[in-house]
Design a protein around this ligand. Structure first.
Ligand code: AN7
Length: 430
């Protein structure tokens, strides 16, 4: 049911509204708009929390993102979600890695979503919204995972899909997914920020629906990471959540999720939101260290963690608010620190992640070494994407296989030479 206000353009749609975070201007849920037309501020989805009972979250049935439909911008009765069972990812207690870092550690492995990254949580909501709006096609710019996820949800929905990738800078597994699932893939001679600029204009002029994380519906899906963490810890909030930051959507979304649990009276605190960026792509970290509320874009971002090779993150203002308001922090890590953390996760915990995801562990280790994070803290790191997204990087940082003739003596001699199957932990810096 949609109730139109007569004099204002403000519309109440299914118990939520869209609002500019800067000037407060309100928009209706059936308008296609990504930023405020008055002040260019980011938009946020707001609910009437007094009308939502805590039980609808705490005792929600089902699994994954749609289990939390009471806090999603849809009509609970009449929505047909475009879903491939996203969310419901494991929260691993990581004793070995936690001990090596010196902290109580859990890892929420978002790489175990159906397309291999956390983006699926936002895309199931975003593409369901696209169907509700009746759009003629969907598009995004991407460092890879967004395009892979969008391609797959668009395929499921039967929508044309257009993705813009920075040429030569997207990990192989992600490009393979976008191509395989039928997106029209463009390789742009520029970086992610250039691609986003192009696709925003393309969407306006060609009437396509933009599904980058500037689209506030995406973040509604991603905030369910917070609900799941809380539930998996029996509604006890961890002291801190650490995650990689690129376009800065996920940190904003997860913070919002924790705030909503507080608003519903389910919890009474929020974790310190801790964002990690790569040393040569760290506009949010620099803004945080200078106490600013906005970023200065970096024209030439660079890192082996190609997912977060972003110099002008659109959600920076939301992310910085999340970090400041939660008493969190932002820190940068080097590519070598990211690589070490990727190997540690793989070999101490059996968790295979792509480089960007390992930035969370690298950042945690650095902040623990600096004494910023105390040993008794309960920390959840979010690993955002699966190892197989970037197989080339995995092969590049590991010892190559032993090439031997197919006879037992050749194999045995190498086996003894290298210490009979000894774990190759010597490569791990601790
Ligand atoms: C594995 O796919 O921006 O800070 O275009 O793929 O919410 O942007 C990917 C981002 C972290 C950063 N980890 O999240 C894209 C894209 C992985 C990612 C991030 C991304 P945001």
């Amino acid at each position: 049911m949609v109730i139109y206000g007569l004099r204002t353009h403000y519309v109440i749609t299914m118990g939520y509204r869209v609002e500019c975070i800067r000037c407060g201007k309100r928009f209706s849920g059936d308008e296609i708009i990504y930023t405020c037309d008055r002040c260019s501020g980011l938009l946020d989805i707001k609910y009437d929390y007094s009308g939502i009972e805590a039980e609808r979250i705490v005792k929600a049935k089902g699994r994954g993102v749609w289990k939390y439909i009471a806090l999603l911008p849809f009509d609970v009765e009449n929505t047909v979600p475009i879903t491939i069972n996203e969310g419901d990812t494991p929260l691993y207690r990581c004793h070995r890695l936690g001990e090596s870092i010196g902290v109580n550690l859990w890892v929420k492995h978002e790489g175990l979503n159906p397309t291999g990254s956390f983006k699926d949580r936002g895309m199931t909501v975003g593409v369901t919204k696209a169907m509700e709006l009746g759009v003629r096609g969907v598009a995004c710019a991407s460092t890879g995972n967004t395009s892979a996820s969008l391609a797959i949800f668009a395929a499921k929905a039967g929508l044309p899909c257009y993705v813009m990738l920075p040429a030569g800078k997207v990990a192989m597994g992600k490009v393979a997914q976008a191509m395989m699932h039928g997106a029209k893939v463009f390789s742009l001679m520029g970086n992610f920020d250039d691609a986003l600029r192009v696709v925003r204009t393309l969407c306006d002029e060609e009437h396509l629906y933009l599904l980058n994380s500037v689209n506030p519906y995406r973040l509604e899906g991603q905030k369910t990471i917070a609900f799941e963490i809380a539930e998996q810890l029996n509604w006890e909030i961890p002291d801190r959540v650490v995650l990689p930051v690129g376009n800065a959507g996920n940190i904003s979304a997860i913070y919002k999720g924790f705030i909503e649990l507080e608003k519903l009276g389910i919890t009474n605190t929020v974790p310190k939101m801790t964002g990690i960026q790569a040393e040569r792509a760290q506009p949010v970290v620099k803004a945080f260290k200078e106490g600013r509320e906005d970023i200065i874009p970096e024209p030439h971002p660079e890192t082996i963690a190609s997912a977060i090779r972003i110099g002008n993150p659109v959600n920076a203002m939301k992310a910085l608010r999340a970090i400041y308001d939660s008493g969190g922090i932002a820190e940068s890590v080097t590519d070598d620190e990211i690589t070490d953390a990727q190997l540690q996760l793989a070999r101490l915990e059996g968790i295979g992640v792509e480089p960007a995801s390992a930035a969370s562990i690298a950042g945690l280790r650095k902040l623990c070494n600096m004494g910023v994070i105390e040993p008794d803290e309960r920390v959840v790191c979010i690993t955002t994407g699966h190892l197989l997204k970037d197989p080339e990087r995995a092969i590049a940082i590991c010892e190559p296989p032993y090439e031997v003739p197919a006879d037992i003596e050749s194999v045995r001699s190498i086996l003894h030479e290298t210490g009979s199957g000894e774990r190759r932990e010597e490569v791990i810096y601790a």
